[in-house]
Design a protein around this ligand. Structure first.
Ligand SMILES: O=C(O)CCC(=O)C(=O)O
Ligand SMILES: [Fe+2]
Length: 129
C-alpha cells in the first residue's frame, strides 16, 4: 500500500519496514530509505519541529508501491495529550534566537491538521509565529 506525501502529526515516529518503498523529500528530490536489517527509521513530526524551534525538521515522506514484493511496515508514534500546549522550548529561546513558532494546544493543532487534510503549507502557516 502506498501513502501520499506528508509530514507526521506527532512528536516522533519510529518505524520498521521489511521492503523498500519509503522515500523522503530532501533538496528537491525524493530519496529512497531502504530497509536496513535490524534497524528502525526515526522520523521527526511537526510537533518536535515546533518544540526544537526548527532545529529538527519534520521531513516530508511518502510510500511508493512495489510490483515485485509485498511490503509491511510497523509504525510506532509518540503523541502528546490533546490538552497539552506545544511551543518552542524556553531553553532554546533568547535574544539571538527568537521563537519561530507560536504556542498552540494539541487539540487545536489536530483539528487544523484534519481540516486542511495535512496540507504542508497550511500546517506551516498554523505553526509559524
Ligand atoms: O509505511 C511506512 O513506511 C510509513 C508510514 C507513515 O509514513 C505513517 O504512518 O505516517
Ligand atoms: Fe508518515
Amino acid at each position: 500500500m502506498g501513502l501520499n506525501q506528508h509530514c507526521d502529526r506527532d512528536l516522533i515516529t519510529i518505524l520498521f519496514q521489511d521492503v523498500d518503498g519509503l522515500q523522503v523529500f530532501k533538496d528537491g528530490h525524493w530519496i529512497s530509505i531502504d530497509p536496513i536489517e535490524g534497524a528502525f527509521v526515526v522520523n521527526f513530526g511537526y510537533l518536535l519541529e515546533v518544540i526544537s524551534n526548527g532545529k529538527l525538521k519534520a521531513v516530508e515522506h511518502r510510500v511508493v508501491t512495489n510490483a515485485k514484493a509485498s511490503r509491511q511496515s510497523l509504525v510506532y508514534t509518540i503523541f502528546p495529550e490533546k490538552e497539552m500546549i506545544i511551543k518552542p522550548a524556553t531553553c532554546l529561546i533568547n535574544e539571538a534566537n527568537p521563537p519561530h513558532y507560536r504556542s498552540f494546544k494539541v487539540e487545536d493543532f489536530n483539528r487544523h491538521f484534519f481540516a486542511v487534510s495535512n496540507n504542508n503549507d497550511e500546517m506551516m502557516k498554523f505553526m509559524l509565529a
